[in-house]
Design a protein. Structure first.
Length: 121
């Protein structure tokens, strides 16, 4: 197996010697003009969203779907527990309610303004 790694390393080294700079030479085009031209829309921000974030969202949905299917497959033979445990002491109940309230407020804030944050949407 080590011979495969050595051969791949030598091939990569030869590739770097033969093709030293694969970067495209841009003569007069700026990045914004290139994005607008490639996307076919007049707004560069929309072009970047269509080009990058659309694929990101699609692949996130695929990953989440596969993970849900995997969890359902792994837990298919599990029987749910019939015993439900509840907090009985007052401090635990207050802290659980406080934690649930904070989680609800954070989720509402993310739902309202999450698309404005980096990586949101």
């Amino acid at each position: 197996m080590i011979w495969i790694y050595i051969a791949a390393g030598i091939a990569l080294y030869i590739k770097m010697l033969v093709f030293p700079n694969p970067a495209m030479e841009m003569v007069d085009l700026t990045i914004v003009e290139t994005v607008v031209q490639d996307a076919g829309v007049p707004n560069a921000v929309s072009g970047i969203i269509f080009r990058n974030r659309l694929y990101d969202t699609i692949f996130e949905v695929v990953v989440f779907t596969l993970s849900i299917m995997g969890v359902r497959f792994l837990l298919a033979d599990e029987q749910p527990s019939c015993t439900i445990y509840q907090f009985t002491d007052n401090p635990s109940i207050v802290l659980a309610r406080l934690g649930a309230t904070i989680a609800a407020l954070v989720s509402i804030e993310l739902a309202i303004r999450g698309h404005l944050s980096p990586g949101g949407g």
